[in-house]
Design a protein around this ligand. Structure first.
Ligand code: BGC
Length: 738
């Protein structure tokens, strides 16, 4: 790059200010404006902050990820991506900082409202749709926070101690899906360390996995303030440090290149990526946004984001002629998003109170105050009086803004105590009560759950949430959301409970791959509502599940058997055989949202990759299909399986044998297995099966050191040669199959 001096190059790989990369006019490099993200454009004109403190220009506030994920609808998420792309362009924003695809390991993570799911497939598919949408408008995404950023406590220093298989199966696949499928313009590294190494300085993560394995071609940017040592970060693959300017970082880079401790081509590669980003973003700032259309889209998305958890006696949908008691401050003062860097300044704000009031006769009582100093008793008494006078009560409760935020985690799942009291007293006064929940992270529904006939989990719904709630409660739109995370009965039931948020600067991911429903289902721990659960105003049946012999395609017929049109999320799970490795009872491997009129049936097709049947093998460092009988299951949730079909898959080619292979590997091998079994049968005194079991875990070399054994296996070298001969192995496998 002869047009740039070393100093210019070093300055280019650090931001110019809070929200912009450096531009160098003389070299034809324009600055790129980046901004949060993800559920709206948070463009700050004056001085910036990453904490949601300062003001930003008005922008459509779509439902944050916790809500949006419950739609299980990638097509909808993609449309939101397109809208975000248009709004970004209109404001001259080149990269919007999102989506966040970190796994919801614990319901306590303060930032769960910004993440999609406890499941990597759902997170990955929705994240990919978001990126596809925004990038189709010529605006870049920043896939974050790479990686294993699953808590806010000590987020800048904590080391997530995670075993390799868990990384590959749970914490990396959503990133992998988005990178390999959509090539986001940028990936944002996380604050935390992973097994001791800071994400920003993690060569394995940022270069070996991200670039070499997954083929990432974009730019790696730091989370704001994630860089501690600029030179090792650059060497690890971190192209751009944000925010800037960091004079000492640029100086350190210059010194390292001059001193020979940093190869000039490492810096050149990062500079080339900053330039490429600037070229791609050069044309933003040219299109106008359609704000009323975006508000309508935000309303549609909010309606799809709600999950109808319970509807005893068909209390919902409501009839417009009834006198409705609307109780709860949230109905009047909605909480539409979480706190922190993602906080958008909405263009409009719909309240449920107004929206419901435009449909039915309403009497309102706030029921509680967000001001903790206010005595709850008179507010509850007033609410109870309204409940008594009403034919049906819509009771809005949830987490006040301060209860969950970027920067800190929650310590419990409870609603404020005064709201718990309010629920009990209102339900006692009027049994026809619908609870509508406002919360970014999961809240406990105990102990009032059983006394409330209808419960709507409305998450945080963005600026049009108020109207959307009315749409769903009155049946103008059927509820179609499904839980993207389990709702436990008790916090203690969550598998991360004993290891969250860790001790000091270490958090051990002791539950391994058994995150969320993978744990609850495997260990049979009851939950209040399982992953994937959500009711509609109609019913669906499933039949005729066909799965191809190789398991790669599956089809099932879904029929709307109820009285109303509705949308079903058809969920495909795979249950793997348990031989040798520890596996969850089932894992989500596909999903499809379908819309059906009453009586209508549809055939839903799934295509599955071999990954759907694989686990990460730490020995070969790759994906492996364990041979055996799998089940393909179609469920209404991770707990409620409607139909299933078996698939028999054979193990991949037997491994190469060496003297260090275990006896069990010799026994499993198609060539040596039968020979050894016969030889063991000839050993005098004792049951041959028992004998083999006793020595199965021993490496062959060690077994041969036992007196007498070496003699019986004199020809083991010949056996190994035979076993590793492809022709002999092929013949033996054929014989075995017959
Ligand atoms: C957050 C990122 C955000 C960045 C810029 C950080 O504190 O973790 O998600 O994009 O600030 O605001």
């Amino acid at each position: 790059m002869p047009d740039l001096t070393l100093e210019q190059k070093a300055a280019l790989v650090v931001g110019a200010n809070f929200w912009s990369t450096l531009g160098i006019d003389s070299a034809g490099i324009p600055p790129v404006v980046v901004t949060d993200g993800p559920h709206g454009v948070r463009l700050q004109r004056g001085s910036g902050d990453a904490l949601g403190i300062g003001d930003s220009v008005p922008a459509t506030c779509f439902p944050p990820a916790a809500g949006l994920a419950s739609s299980w609808n990638p097509a909808l998420v993609e449309r939101i991506g397109v809208a975000l792309g248009d709004e970004s362009r209109a404001e001259g924003v080149g990269v919007l900082l999102g989506p966040g695809v970190n796994i919801k390991r614990s319901p306590l993570c303060g930032r769960n409202f910004e993440y999609f799911s406890e499941d990597p497939l759902l997170s990955g598919e929705l994240g990919a749709a978001w990126v596809r949408g925004i990038q189709s408008r010529g605006v870049g995404a920043s896939l974050k926070h790479f990686a294993v950023n699953n808590q806010e406590t000590n987020r800048m220093t904590v080391s997530a101690e995670v075993d390799e298989r868990t990384l590959r199966e749970i914490y990396l696949p959503a990133f992998e899906r988005v990178v390999t499928g959509e090539q986001p313009w940028t990936v944002m590294c996380s604050y935390n360390r992973i097994n001791g190494v800071a994400a920003s300085e993690n060569h394995w993560l940022l270069t070996e996995v991200l670039r070499d394995e997954w083929g990432f071609r974009g730019l790696v940017v730091s989370d704001w303030g994630a860089v501690e040592h600029r030179v090792p970060a650059l060497a690890a693959g971190l192209d751009l440090e944000m925010p800037g300017p960091q004079g000492e970082s640029a100086a350190a880079v210059v010194a390292a290149v001059r001193g020979g401790t940093l190869a000039p081509d490492v810096l050149d590669a990062a500079v080339a990526r900053v330039r490429a980003l600037a070229d791609r973003a050069a044309h933003v700032g040219s299109q106008s946004q359609a704000s009323s259309a975006h508000h309508a889209l935000a309303r549609e998305a909010a309606a799809e984001s709600m999950v109808l958890l319970r509807n005893e006696g068909g209390l919902l949908p409501l009839d417009t002629a009834q006198a409705v008691g609307v109780i709860g401050e949230f109905a009047r003062s909605p909480r539409i998003q979480g706190a922190g860097s993602s906080q958008v300044n909405p263009t409009r704000l719909d309240t449920a109170l107004e929206a419901i009031g435009s449909i039915a006769p309403v009497e309102f009582a706030p029921g509680y105050s967000f001001d903790k100093r206010v005595d709850p008793a008179p507010l509850i008494a007033e609410a109870v009086a309204v409940a008594r006078r009403s034919e049906v009560v819509l009771l809005f409760v949830g987490l006040p803004a301060g209860d969950e935020s970027e920067g800190y985690d929650r310590t419990h799942l409870e609603l404020p105590a005064a709201q718990g009291r309010l629920i009990r007293e209102v339900v006692a006064a009027n049994a026809r009560t619908v609870v509508v929940l406002t919360n970014g992270g999961v809240v406990s529904l105990e102990p009032w759950h059983d006394s409330v006939p209808a419960i709507v989990e409305a998450w945080l719904l963005g600026q049009a949430g108020g109207s959307a709630v009315a749409d769903v409660l009155f049946g103008r739109v059927g509820p179609s959301g499904r839980l993207a995370e389990s709702i436990p009965l008790r916090l203690q039931d969550n598998p991360s409970y004993l290891n969250f948020p860790g001790e000091g600067d270490t958090v051990r991911y002791g539950e391994g791959i058994f995150v969320g429903y993978r744990y609850y289902e495997t260990v049979d721990v009851p939950v209040r509502y399982p992953f994937g659960h959500g009711l509609t105003y109609t019913t669906f049946s499933y039949d005729s599940l066909d799965v191809s012999r190789d398991g790669r395609t599956a089809s099932v017929t879904v029929t709307n058997t109820g009285p109303r049109a509705g949308r079903e999320v058809v969920q495909l799970y795979v249950s793997a055989p348990t031989g040798g490795i520890s596996v969850p009872r089932r894992e989500l491997r596909g999903f499809e949202k379908v819309s059906l009129e009453p009586g209508e049936a549809i055939r839903v097709h799934f295509e599955l990759e071999s990954r759907a049947y694989s686990h990460w093998d730490v020995v070969t460092k790759g994906w492996v299909v364990a041979g055996g009988q799998y089940l393909v299951e179609i469920g209404r949730s991770a707990h409620d399986i409607a139909v299933s079909a078996p698939v028999s898959l054979s193990a991949p080619r037997s491994p190469r044998l060496t003297l260090d292979s275990r006896v069990s590997e010799f026994l499993d091998h198609p060539v040596t297995g039968p020979i050894l079994a016969r030889a063991a049968g000839g050993v005098e005194g004792g049951d041959s099966a028992n004998l083999l079991e006793m020595v199965a875990s021993m490496p062959m070399r060690r077994l041969m050191r036992f007196p007498g054994v070496g003699d019986s296996f004199k020809r083991v070298g010949v056996l190994i040669a035979l076993a590793n001969n492809p022709v002999v192995r092929g013949l033996a496998s054929l014989l075995r199959r017959r």
